[in-house]
Design a protein around this ligand. Structure first.
Ligand code: 2P0
Length: 325
């Protein structure tokens, strides 16, 4: 079989309640459930075409040939699911600011799950797409949906998948994403979270407190309580980063500029009375949750203090979908 090329678009998501640790490393079953906001600004377009003349999978990223074992492993899963043994040409374009250093595995594996499964002749439900995307990268399970999304941890491959909390948001919120460039080589999420699970004396405390945070943030979202959503988001991120500081060997993702921006966000909140809250993932970039109406005022203040850093505003985005190439 030579399939027609199928193109899917998936957006990245930023966790307000973080996933930080696996129970099963092969199936990617997390230690805790997580909750994210899908963003419109940053996305991946991926085209997959199965071609029986290919001796192996061929993967290009932004037009460059790339050798990526995670992509090869993922394509093996798709082939097994579809009962085929043909290799594919996979072309991905990442629409993120150049040299952003933003994690793109969420949008990448969500787009690949959709495009590869359809090109292989499968017609998966969104639940099954989420389960499949999870096998590429845990956070990708959430990029199947738009808006607020919960990845329910489950206990096995069948029961660990994301569900929409509110897909079409009638709430004018968003995130300012600041790109703090780093020359430093960071520790990967995969290695970082595993080190934490195995060595942090605080890990059980994290599980308990994150379970409570998830319940509270869902209630705050329902009640449109922006302050509460922001406070839980910031606190949950700091608890995740505290785990990293408590691991053996310890590590962290902060750069001096990350800390300066975090302090400035707290000052803007306290002194300028503009509600805004930060979160950071496995890198130095700071993402600031705010109301759309306040975004340009915050951008102006940040530009006056950190002129060298661009803060791009991203609104809530849509879930994965098929597009014309
Ligand atoms: C999250 N992160 O919930 C957390 C918070 C980063 C910090 O999910 O090993 O690329 O492929 O499942 O999904 C980034 O880790 O890790 C991540 P794998 P992934 O968004």
């Amino acid at each position: 079989m030579n399939s027609s090329p199928i193109t899917a678009r998936a957006h990245t998501n930023i966790a307000l309640i973080k996933y930080w640790g696996k129970k099963d490393m092969d199936l990617i079953i997390p230690q805790n459930s997580s909750l994210s906001l899908t963003l419109d600004h940053f996305y991946t377009d991926t085209t997959v075409k199965f071609d029986k003349t290919l001796p192996r999978d061929v993967f290009t990223l932004n037009g460059h040939l790339v050798e990526n074992p995670k992509v090869n492993h993922f394509m093996d899963l798709v082939r097994k699911l579809a009962g085929i043994q043909i290799f594919a040409k996979i072309d991905s374009i990442n629409h993120v600011p150049s040299a952003a250093g933003l994690a793109s595995s969420a949008s990448a594996f969500a787009a690949l799950a959709a495009a590869a499964s359809k090109a292989a002749g499968l017609d998966l439900s969104r639940k099954d797409l989420s389960r499949l995307a999870r096998r590429g990268s845990g956070s990708a399970s959430r990029s199947i949906y738009g808006g607020f999304v919960e990845w329910c941890q489950g206990t096995d491959d069948q029961t660990s998948y994301a569900v929409p909390v509110e897909e079409k948001l009638d709430w004018p919120i968003g995130m300012l994403v600041g790109i703090v460039n780093s020359g430093q080589k960071k520790i990967s999420s995969r290695v970082g979270m595993q080190t934490v699970v195995e060595t942090s004396p605080y890990y059980q405390g994290w599980i308990q407190s994150t379970t409570a945070d998830l319940k509270s943030i869902k209630k705050a979202i329902q009640e449109r309580d922006f302050q509460k959503v922001g406070e839980i988001t910031e606190s949950n991120a700091l608890k995740m980063h505290a785990l990293n500081l408590s691991a053996q060997p310890h590590f962290n993702y902060f750069e001096p500029m990350s800390l300066a921006i975090m302090q400035e966000v707290e000052r803007i909140r306290e002194e300028e009375h503009i509600p805004c809250y930060y979160t950071l993932d496995a890198g130095p970039n700071v993402k600031i949750l705010c109301l759309q109406a306040d975004a340009s005022a915050i951008q102006q203040i940040l530009a006056s203090k950190f002129g060298q850093i661009t803060f791009e505003f991203a609104k809530p985005g849509e879930g994965v979908r098929f597009i014309e190439a």
